[in-house]
Write a protein that binds this ligand. Sequence first.
Ligand code: 6PG
Length: 249
Amino acid sequence: MRVEIVEPKLFAGTIADELVALIGEAVEERGVCTMALAGGKTPGQVYRSLSLPPRVQDISWEKVKLFLGDERWVSHDDSHSNFRMVNEALLSHLRGAKPKVFNVDTNQSSAAEGAALYASTIEREVPKGPSGYPTIDIMILGLGEDGHTASLFPGSELLRSDPNVFCGYAKNPHDNSDRVTMLPSLIKAARSVMFIVKGMNKAEIVRQILEGSDSDERYPARMYVDIADKVTWFLDSEAASKIDAGKFS
Ligand code: 6PG
């Protein structure tokens, strides 16, 4: 596992540079890059950095397939929509080649239907890897203050879902809103998993996740432990302020 601690002003560019490299490797090796994007507020500046020169020209966008690690069960023009955030930060700025974007279809009759349809989309569009599972090249995840990641919340039954089921639906316990989310087996099958966390408000949960020993039942982001060899944590100096950085260098 890698932990990269970055000054706030360099945070987005540092992560964007890593993504440019990872996308290039995937395209070089397999002719395509599949990338699942995190939602929430943190990653927008990273996605925007990918949409600007010089990085925007360094990516073969026509060979990129974009997915969402999770989505709120709202229309794509709703201010809470993760797709809307990705569109505003990245997609709407791309003038030349464009990635293929595979969204959660929030027009389905329920989040359950949406999750089932998204799972079939992923099985169709994401090539299987050595594990036999659809193997996303780059899985970008955020971290909630309660230790959730994607829309896998503490104590959720989704944490113990059938490993052959790749998407599920849940309620956000904080506001009872419906979510569709990629499930642990799909996340863990990814070639590269990147957590991006910034802000002083995340310092305590980062300490719990990286230095604690709780189960992923308590803190779902702790699932990284099972796949630590392919996980990178990008923390800004505030989010990293309560960990012993020397342990991870
Ligand atoms: C979402 C996310 C969620 C997010 C964390 C952190 O749909 O909200 O996927 O898992 O990554 O809640 O959110 P912030 O970046 O807004 O702190």
